[in-house]
Write a protein that binds this ligand. Structure first.
Ligand SMILES: [Zn+2]
Ligand SMILES: [Zn+2]
Length: 142
């Protein structure tokens, strides 16, 4: 499955079957997305590959570790490596077609006033306690 930024400079591919997405409604993701939340998935490092545009990515990191990587030309959020873990965070809007359900909503306690949470998907008040277990539920079991 191939993804691209708005201007097409940054291209990447993920080589695994993603079965679930999540939306994070925290204040940081609201700012980073400019909206209610990020819709994303997380894949193993070995299943992720850059195709082009790596040198056109601006990296920004908050003291807490929150990172925002974006295309220097069009400003579109692009995948980034999850801290020191062997995973990549993948913003799902970068794929042209997708029919993968949102299975979880994170940080619901922080949601914007104008954010209407849908009925479907497990709701977490904050981040999941067991991140590795959470990530494993976003992909088809090998
Ligand atoms: Zn771009
Ligand atoms: Zn968030």
């Amino acid at each position: 499955m191939k993804g691209t930024c708005l201007c097409g400079t940054v291209k990447f591919v993920i080589n695994t079957t993603v079965t679930g997405l999540y939306q994070c409604h925290c204040k940081l993701c609201q700012k980073q997305s400019g909206s209610t939340s990020n819709t994303a998935t997380i894949v193993k490092e070995k299943d992720f590959e850059w195709l082009s545009g790596m040198n056109s990515i601006t990296h920004w990191k908050k003291d807490t570790g929150f990172t925002s990587d974006f295309c220097s030309t069009c400003g579109c959020p692009v995948p980034n490596k999850l801290r020191d873990l062997k995973y990549y965070w993948i913003p799902m809007g970068l794929f042209d077609s997708q029919d993968i359900p949102v299975i979880a909503h994170l940080c619901c306690n922080s949601k914007a006033f104008w954010d209407a949470l849908p009925a479907k998907g497990k709701k977490y008040e904050e981040m999941p306690d067991d991140l590795e277990d959470f990530i494993s539920r976003l992909q088809k079991k090998p």
